[in-house]
Design a protein. Structure first.
Lengths: 148, 148
DNA sequence: ACAATACTTTACGTTTACGTAAACGTAAAT
DNA sequence: ATTTACGTTTACGTAAACGTAAAGTATTGT
């Protein structure tokens, strides 16, 4: 009923190699069906791959990604496990929020640098204009006027 | 005038090994002064180390981190370079914002799982209470009532 | 029938980011 | 004087995450 995918389809959709997808399988992170020898990926395999790649973008190791995915799966688990699970989730949340703050800080820093950049560009423009109006033509680009 | 640090001070402050700090130096990412044979780290070295480690938490490779740091340094660069620099900054910003969205998505997912978790816990509690009131004591934990 | 296409397994190679051990230098404390 | 603490260089080792052939299988179009 629901759609399935070949290895190459998935590889292309997510811009990874077939080898990478097979590797994730040997690591027990994907479990496609087989049709004879060929791998058949169901939507749930695709979701998993998506989770794996998202984790990678965040700099998680495959081991950490495995743990995250286990969190999802563990939602099937029973009581005693549940509190432990909630604890793990909380800890993961703290890690992610830390990363979020890192990102925000970095973005602010980049803004800062970009602002100084644009300022400097404006300054160079002005230099040029005043040279045009006072000189009638541009001789050469001034260099070395430090931005303090 | 301004404070300096020994390698171990820095290592402890940021919870890395001395080896790691030396490694970053061989990679040209840190350039401490020397006092005889010993390395003397200035505040700017400390800032760099902080940038490096922040980058690592975000999953950047040392190469990528180098490029980010170059962006900061390149703020000394002149005109022709400036636009190119702004472009690089913009591209890095997009990458970070992508990661931010990834994080938000993941946080939302985790919330979801946690919610289902708590719900299931409440359910288990209720089962237990009804068993206590109807039975007078707890026989065993029910299992297998799928959450659908 | 046969070539092309898509997929498979097996297995060794590679890069990154350090770990770890060996052997030694320098300065302060006992 | 020598132990202790802290640092140094040199160099081989290693785990993670794939890359990259090599050689075989299965299906599909002509």
């Amino acid at each position: 009923m629901s759609k399935t995918f070949s290895i190459t389809e998935l590889a292309q959709e997510f811009a990874v190699t077939n080898r990478t997808i097979r590797f994730y399988e040997t690591e027990g992170m994907l479990t496609p069906l087989r049709e004879g020898q060929r791998r058949i990926y169901r939507p749930r395999d695709r979701v998993r791959l998506k989770l794996i790649l998202r984790g990678k973008r965040l700099g998680l190791s495959l081991q950490e990604i495995r743990e995250v995915i286990d969190l999802y799966d563990a939602a099937k688990g029973e009581a005693g496990q549940l509190q432990l699970l909630l604890d793990k989730i909380e800890s993961r949340r703290e890690d992610l929020e830390h990363k979020r703050r890192d990102i925000d800080t970095t973005l602010a820093d980049l803004d800062d640098v970009a602002a100084k950049c644009r300022e400097r560009l404006r300054q160079l423009d002005l230099d040029q204009v005043s040279q045009e109006t006072s000189d009638g033509e541009i001789k050469s680009l001034k260099r070395g006027r430090a931005a303090k």
